[in-house]
Design a protein around this ligand. Sequence first.
Ligand code: PLP
Length: 227
Amino acid sequence: MTTNGATVAASLESVQTRIARAARDAGREPAAITLVAVSKAHEVEAIESALRAGHRHFGENRVQEAHGKWPDLRARHPGVVLHLIGPLQTNKVRAALALFDIIETLDRPKLAHALAAEMTASGRRVPCLVEVNVGEETQKAGILPADLPQFLTLCQGELDLPVVGLMCIPPHDDPPAPHFALLAKLAARHRLAEVSMGMSGDFEDAVALGATSVRVGSAIFGPRTAP
Ligand SMILES: *Cc1c(COP(=O)(O)O)cnc(C)c1O
């Protein structure tokens, strides 16, 4: 399905308005929430529309796809902040650190070690969010809530990684609110400022429960074609 430029700009504005309303309803400053426009599986034309509308924070879930799209877009539009929101394999760490400005999916010790080594080698320190498996789903990526203190000790203490927050993707079939509340509580407990949670279907709940960034794809760019 194609989405034209005017539609993307209008959808962006409508999502921003809904974020602002949810923030005010919760007694929060709308400016405290960053909208990350998730452009995975969308063409550069749609992304250009968002860039022309002034949007700068974008999320991609695959390193290779992002490499194909973003170097050109960045060259034309200064100030882009690119978030990696999908799983990162250790053999793609170097490429990811060269391209992304925030890694939201730090989800295992092996990756923490690889990121630390590459940040030292390249001299480029990229802020990271730890992905928490809030629903304790066996097949899902992320650190279990009970293992978070130990993982943070590894990342921050031993490896000196710039961990700035937490991120989660709640179980598909659960109401998201308890999971959002848990993530916000864990971030506060560990004095981590950034809380990335909420997607097209539930970003207002996430804002109400303390998200500092929401990751919204289809509500901005329209439905994605199946992979
Ligand atoms: C695709 C994706 C999103 C956006 O999903 P929508 O439902 O299209 O808003 C958010 N977060 C992650 C991790 C994703 O992979």
